[in-house]
Design a protein around this ligand. Structure first.
Ligand SMILES: [Ca+2]
Ligand SMILES: [Ca+2]
Length: 418
């Protein structure tokens, strides 16, 4: 990290709200919660009333909670695809469980019992997978695997990727064994794609019976951002995490300092937990809170070029008319100014230049998808922005890259009238 810490998220799927399941303490029927992650701060979400301690909660399990293998005895595992061989079979079993009232039974039969479920990942993303598996102390061995179907590689217990078929964990004993692993998805240049889908596989290919339960996948979270809000000055926004949907576990990860029109809470490190919550502590006396866009995600730290000279600007949306005698009338139409950030960096190496182009320009596909950027973590500014359609740099001597004008423009907020 250089003298300045720059954080960025860009593309189609950086917002955990979009990949998880979102609930809120109340909801205006005309301004539903999917407007929190529609990629447009101008489309705002609203609570139904001015409640006390309003909350937005996301269940961030990337398997959609279906790794709990809950269901009626002997049915097919909900949400999992069976890929058995011979007389092998997978089914829900209420006789064995690590938690809840059932687990997945994998009968090898004359071949093997195997089930898999895929989840949306992002290139280079830090992820944690956890599991519980059980053998039968005879021939049945439970195995967990993670595969990237795009590269064909398997995740190793050492968190590396290999083209050899590899188990993440195995259990032969007739007792539940739990484990978890934090790993990084293969990067953009290995996948040759921004957002690969990964496959979690549970299998018994040795004989007899084996079981799996409580398979969960969480993305490492280090930021909460809110763009365009009507939160009263005395409300305290808290960023909280939980392992049990805020029953017994409820951890305060960070507190935001309110800033109009946007603010963020950046954590000191990535945290791997299933449930995340924005809690707006206090009563919003001015009325139901409106939120233009809300992001929970994982930032990338930019390798800041030596000459990082962001040019900050502001833009006001308005209507202007000129009378026939020349007098100008200007009417502000927006509630807040929009900020612009012009990057005119000089990259000292190909690595620095490529990271900026891959992580910002390529992930955002030019000006197609949004970019969330904190230009300096020492300052309160955070932009939900669009980039430029075109990007140009001049390669000079000694692999320096001089960027031409590259402007990120904050997207519009809800109009002043709404
Ligand atoms: Ca929105
Ligand atoms: Ca279970």
């Amino acid at each position: 990290m250089g003298l300045i810490d720059v954080r960025v998220m860009a593309g189609e799927r950086f917002n955990l709200l979009e990949r998880g399941t979102v609930t809120s303490s109340s909801e205006d029927p005309l301004f539903l919660r999917n407007r929190l992650w529609d990629g447009r701060p101008s489309g705002d979400y609203r609570f139904a009333s001015a409640g006390t301690d309003d909350t937005i909660t996301v269940d961030g399990d990337l398997l959609g909670g279906l790794g709990n293998f809950e269901g009626a005895d002997a049915i097919d595992p909900p949400g999992w695809t069976e890929s058995n061989s011979g007389t092998g079979n997978c089914e829900i079993d209420t006789a064995q469980k690590n938690s809840g009232s059932s687990s997945l039974l994998m009968l090898a039969g004359t071949g093997f019992g195997q089930a898999y479920r895929e989840f949306q990942a992002r290139a280079g993303e830090w992820i944690n997978i956890s599991w519980a598996i059980r053998g039968d102390a005879g021939t049945g061995v439970a195995k967990v695997r993670v595969q990237n179907p795009r590269t064909g590689r398997y995740l190793t217990p050492g968190a590396a990727w290999t083209s050899t078929l590899t188990n993440l964990a195995t259990q032969a004993a007739a007792a539940w064994a739990t484990g978890n692993l934090t790993f990084q998805v293969e990067d953009f240049r290995t996948n040759l794609y921004q957002d690969p889908v990964l496959r979690v596989i549970v299998i018994n290919d040795t004989g007899g019976s084996a079981w799996a339960d409580d398979v969960y996948v969480t993305s490492g979270v280090d930021i909460l951002t809110v763009h365009g809000h009507t939160i009263d000055p005395l409300i305290v926004p808290q960023f909280r995490s939980s392992t049990d949907n805020f029953a017994a576990s409820d951890t305060l990860e960070g507190t935001a300092t309110l800033d109009p029109p946007s603010f963020y809470v950046l954590l000191g490190a990535r945290v791997y937990r299933r449930y995340w919550r924005l809690k707006l502590v206090g009563l919003n006396v001015s009325g139901p809170i409106q939120l233009g866009e809300m992001v929970i995600g994982q930032t990338t730290s930019l390798l800041v070029p030596y000459e990082y000279k962001p040019r900050l600007g502001r833009l006001r949306d308005r209507v202007a008319t000129t009378a026939d005698f020349g007098e100008q009338y200007v009417y502000p139409r927006a509630r807040w100014s929009r900020r612009t950030l012009q990057l005119v960096s000089h990259y000292e190496s190909l690595v620095q230049y490529r990271q900026a182009v891959d992580e910002i320009y390529e992930r955002a596909a030019g000006d197609a998808h949004p970019i969330v950027i904190v230009p300096d973590t020492a300052l309160p500014d955070v932009l939900f922005a669009k980039g430029d359609q075109k990007h140009e740099a001049t390669r000079t001597l000694l692999t320096r890259y001089d960027e031409h004008s590259w402007t990120l423009t904050e997207m519009p907020f809800p109009s002043a009238e709404s």
